[in-house]
Design a protein around this ligand. Structure first.
Ligand SMILES: Nc1ncnc2c1ncn2[C@@H]1O[C@H](COP(=O)(O)OP(=O)(O)OP(=O)(O)O)[C@@H](O)[C@H]1O
Ligand SMILES: [Mg+2]
Length: 262
């Protein structure tokens, strides 16, 4: 049965989409069956994975109940993906029913036996979309920049996950904080890293040993809709994401059993 991982942080531009893309590519490279789910109306993951968002079905159609989930899956240039586009932004207003937190969880259920990992990219907000992602997930991974504003948001994020744990999904676990676009050489970065570790022990959330360095090639690969492993296998950030994937798998992130090939 596949494991579902949300990549989430309500702060914008911290590397959620990049991490979702890089993790998806690396897990696939290791032979796992991976599905990416774009749950952000910005559709950035859909774009970088080479999915069509204009003419094809999206996660919005699925959540509205107008389409079976499997029909929204596209074979992207990178991995299988259920794309999103701007229509998804109306979901907050459209869905007001009592069970609205469970829409994604119910929609993904039939796909769980088909994949080893389902990765959900979330928007920079803690609204109904992110709550749907947490309700559907076994794990949450939190990318963050080593700056003070990122730190300020972590407590709020943790409170949201706690609320979901109490009300919708008792089994959700936080995998940890992943420092992205990190430059350990600056004094400022080192100071913040110290604070990150303090907060992590305060909130009892682990910090990954691997951090992701800044690399322009990563941005280029995304804008060209190429797999980062094909486009720039030797660039720092790509190497870091590979190491990070290994760290994640070593720390026990293994699917219950290999997914049935579809
Ligand atoms: N390690 C890195 N090196 C260089 N550029 C990076 C790195 N990680 C992310 N970026 C770039 O930073 C920008 C923001 O990253 P990304 O889109 O992954 O963040 P996000 O958290 O998903 O943003 P949003 O909250 O808007 O969804 C993008 O242009 C991305 O290409
Ligand atoms: Mg994003």
């Amino acid at each position: 049965m596949g494991k579902i991982i949300s990549i989430s942080n309500q702060k914008g531009g911290v590397g959620k989409t990049t991490t979702a893309n890089a993790l998806a590519v690396n897990l696939k490279e290791k032979g796992y069956k991976v599905l990416a789910v774009d749950l952000d109306p910005q559709g950035n993951l859909s774009f970088s994975a080479g999915a069509d968002t204009d003419m094809s079905a999206t996660i919005y159609d699925v959540l509205k109940g107008e389409l079976k989930t499997q029909y929204a899956v596209q074979r992207g240039t990178v991995v299988d993906i259920i794309p999103a586009n701007i229509l998804l932004s109306s979901i907050e207003l459209e869905f007001t029913g009592a069970q609205r937190e469970f829409l994604l969880r119910n929609a993904l259920k039939p796909l769980i036996p088909l994949y080893d990992y389902i990765l959900i990219d979330t928007p920079p907000a803690l609204g109904v979309l992110t709550v749907n992602a947490f309700t559907a997930s076994d794990y949450v991974l939190v990318p963050m920049l080593s700056d003070i504003f990122s730190l300020q948001g972590i407590t709020q994020l943790e409170e949201t996950i706690d609320r979901v744990r109490t009300q919708c999904n008792p089994d959700i676990q936080i995998l940890g904080l992943l420092l992205t676009r990190h430059n350990p050489r600056t004094r400022f970065s080192r100071e913040i890293t110290g604070t990150v570790h303090m907060i992590s022990s305060d909130l009892n959330i682990p910090v990954f040993e691997t951090f992701i360095r800044e690399s322009v090639a990563l941005r280029e690969a995304q804008s060209l809709q190429k797999s980062i492993l094909d486009y720039a296998p030797a660039c720092n950030a790509v190497i870091d994401y590979k190491t990070f994937t290994e760290e994640l798998l070593e720390k026990g992130l293994t699917p219950c059993q290999k997914a049935r090939m579809s």
